[in-house]
Design a protein around this ligand. Structure first.
Ligand SMILES: NC(=O)c1ccc[n+]([C@@H]2O[C@H](COP(=O)([O-])OP(=O)(O)OC[C@H]3O[C@@H](n4cnc5c(N)ncnc54)[C@H](OP(=O)(O)O)[C@@H]3O)[C@@H](O)[C@H]2O)c1
Length: 475
């Protein structure tokens, strides 16, 4: 099959393109992961001259983009430049799609990916217009569409969007992207669990006391008020990233390393999650209502903490506590599996040995996998100390960015780390009942761990939130 590619990015001037897609395209080019003949067509509304897009990529990579962490090679950039094209047009205008079809035909590649880096209200017009000019069809090569989370804003709207997508594309053409699935540190959980024999036999109700998932940021919403105030923390990161973290950490072993087998196991976890509306605490940081583009009486959650269970026999009655929020004490994303304390209390006479072992998957920062254990302090007395056995990445620069991985997966046609329709809908089925019973968020102080009620949620089970350690993998 012809391996040439045309990648069309609707919304090349978007924030997403600037902070993620353009750096990812550079990195993919640097690693020679683009097909030899690749054309990139960026689309936005303003008319521009021919050289504009090359300058725009150059500026985005050099000046504006703080997300691109390593030096830019002018040689790589020049090769990428040769692939760049720009077209201006309105995405609700059929004439523009006729021009787009003509351009794609002229460029001559038979495989096409359409990346939707634009507003969800435009999706229907885009699909309609692609269909009217026949660009949604797969004739000689492939036609794929990449679409960002959030897929819908609740279950009915997600179902409508999935139905809409199905009118124009088959499921194998649709790449629903939640960039957490492309994170190296999350994917490594699969290797750690199923490539090694040591820990997996412990991931069950006999050995686990409970599980905690934290995704905290020590900064506020910045300039994203217009978007964030309509969505809130639970929908912004809870419905997608955090549930995916949970699925990776707890899924049953997939029968093989394939898209179907891995997606099936992730979905099984998500479908069996038990929503408990009375066990959710919503918070809002002090001063949030004064942020730019936020309603003055906004009731949007910038924090939530919840408790849930997974209704599968292996994890029956193992409580899972999830929290996320902005303007909290630390920026940290991690999954902690807290094991039961040993029944043989050899060290109880020294009031020690009560602290459980904790397996921590640190997604960011100080990325790694860590086991918290007790060790003897060197010396003549029996004193115990918390220690960390750790696997750490040498530096976060060695980790490929999630978008880099996911765009190259889509080029290769690998949907393993993308969501299918059923999976997205399972996520909303869990979240919707929690949103429906949402109470007015409790105001919390900046740089705290959220409202006191979030501590009470876990304390009433005689447990407490773990203070994320910044000590390990601090390389
Ligand atoms: N930004 C993020 O960090 C982020 C993170 C995760 C997911 N997402 C998702 O990514 C998508 C893009 O979000 P964003 O915040 O990056 O968007 P954005 O900055 O608001 O950009 C919107 C883009 O769409 C183009 N556009 C708007 N109306 C158009 C029209 N009628 N015809 C042609 N082009 C049009 C704009 O181009 P011009 O105005 O220049 O014409 C611009 O390039 C959304 O689905 C969002 O949910 C974004």
């Amino acid at each position: 099959m012809d391996s040439s590619l045309t990648l069309v990015i609707f919304g090349i001037t978007s924030n997403l393109a600037q902070i993620k897609l353009i750096p990812a395209l550079y990195d993919i080019s640097e690693k020679n992961l683009l097909p030899n003949t690749t054309h990139i067509i960026g689309v936005a509304r303003a008319p521009q001259d021919e050289s504009w897009i090359k300058n725009y990529f150059h500026q985005t990579l050099h000046l504006e983009n703080k997300h691109h962490q390593h030096p830019i090679s002018e040689d790589v950039l020049s090769k990428l430049n040769d692939k760049l094209n720009y077209m201006n047009g309105q995405l609700n205008d059929l004439n523009f799609f006729q021009e787009l079809k003509q351009k794609i035909t002229e460029l001559g590649s038979t495989n096409t990916i359409f990346y939707l880096a634009t507003y969800p209200d435009l999706y229907k017009d885009i699909f309609d217009n692609l269909k009217k000019v026949g660009l949604n069809e797969q004739t000689n090569g492939f036609t794929r569409v990449m679409i960002e989370k959030p897929i819908g804003e609740d279950l009915p709207s997600a179902q409508r969007l999935n139905k809409l997508l199905a009118e124009y594309f088959t499921e194998d053409q649709i790449y629903r992207l939640d960039h957490y699935l492309g994170k190296e540190t999350l994917q490594n959980i699969l290797t750690f669990r199923f490539g090694n024999g040591t820990f997996e036999p412990l991931i069950n109700k006999d050995h686990i006391d409970h599980i905690q998932i934290t995704a905290s940021e020590n900064f506020g919403i910045g300039k994203r008020g217009g978007y964030y105030d309509k969505v809130g923390a639970l929908k912004d990161v809870g419905q997608n990233h955090q549930l995916q973290m949970l699925a990776f950490a707890l899924m049953d072993p997939p029968s093989e390393f394939s898209n179907t087998a891995i997606t099936k196991e992730r979905t099984k976890i998500l479908k069996n999650l038990q929503p408990i509306p009375e066990k959710v605490v919503f918070g809002q940081y002090e001063g949030y209502q004064q942020e730019e583009n936020v309603e003055k009486d906004s009731k949007t959650d910038t924090f939530y903490a919840l408790k849930t269970f997974i209704n599968i026999e292996r994890l029956k009655d193992v409580p899972i506590y999830i929290r996320a929020g902005k303007n909290l004490k630390e920026t940290v994303t991690e999954i902690s599996i807290i094991f039961k304390t040993p029944t043989n209390r050899l060290f109880q006479h020294i009031d020690c040995g009560k602290d459980p072992n904790v397996l921590i998957y640190r997604i960011q920062p100080n990325e790694g996998i860590v086991l918290k254990i007790l060790t003897k302090k060197p010396g003549h007395t029996i004193d115990l100390d918390d220690s960390y056995m750790q696997f750490c990445y040498r530096s976060s620069n060695e980790l490929p960015d999630a978008y880099e991985k996911l765009i190259s997966d889509a080029i290769r046609g690998d949907q393993t780390f993308f969501n299918d329709a059923e999976e997205v809908e399972a996520q909303w089925k869990f979240i919707d009942p929690l949103v429906k019973t949402k109470t007015i968020p409790i105001v919390y102080s900046s740089k705290s761990w959220g409202p006191k009620e979030a501590d009470d949620l876990i304390k009433e089970d005689s447990r407490e939130w773990l203070e994320p350690s910044m000590m390990f993998c601090n390389i």
